[in-house]
Design a protein around this ligand. Structure first.
Ligand code: ZN
Length: 157
């Protein structure tokens, strides 16, 4: 199925994408950082769910979530299909930039963010126990940030 948004053109396999997204939804992390995103995102960015729906992707089924801070998130949603044409700039939804990135011949990801959210859980955000607090994950987040900053730089130059 062809999806055109701005100057982006995607070819999406609805059945495979749905299957993966539902699997990701059912196995997603339930720590406070992630929970805060799942509860808060519709309130702050109502257009995001509708955008992901067009790709047959559940908003609660990201394949990766990076809470750079407890209230600042970067997410990747895996889609089965191809980026036929990459646009010149990110797609903007409710002020959130979304980039398509090729994973391999049959899959790509929609990188969503960064997203700012208020902290809405009762739990103290400084006391959340999360995989995102593990040194290994912090290292990955750090690498991700460097990567993003360098690609932004290339984008601007
Ligand atoms: Zn989590």
């Amino acid at each position: 199925m062809t999806i055109r948004i701005d100057d982006w053109i995607f070819d999406v396999d609805p059945v495979k994408t749905k299957a993966h997204s539902e699997f990701a939804l059912n196995s997603h992390c339930t720590c406070g950082y992630c929970e805060n995103y799942y509860r808060g995102v519709d309130l702050e960015y109502p257009g995001l769910r509708a955008f992901l729906d067009r790709f047959f992707v559940e908003i609660e089924g990201p394949s990766e979530m990076y809470p750079f801070e407890p209230t600042q998130y970067l997410l990747a949603y895996k889609v089965n299909g191809r980026i036929v044409q990459a646009g010149a700039a990110p797609i903007m939804v409710d002020g959130v930039p979304i980039m398509g990135e090729i994973i391999d011949d049959d899959t790509f990801k929609l990188e969503v963010g960064e997203i700012e959210l208020p902290w809405i859980l009762d739990e103290d955000m400084d006391e959340v126990v999360s995989p995102a607090n593990e040194p290994e994950f912090l290292e990955r987040m750090y690498q991700k940030m460097i990567q993003r900053n360098s690609s932004n730089f290339m984008f601007l130059s």
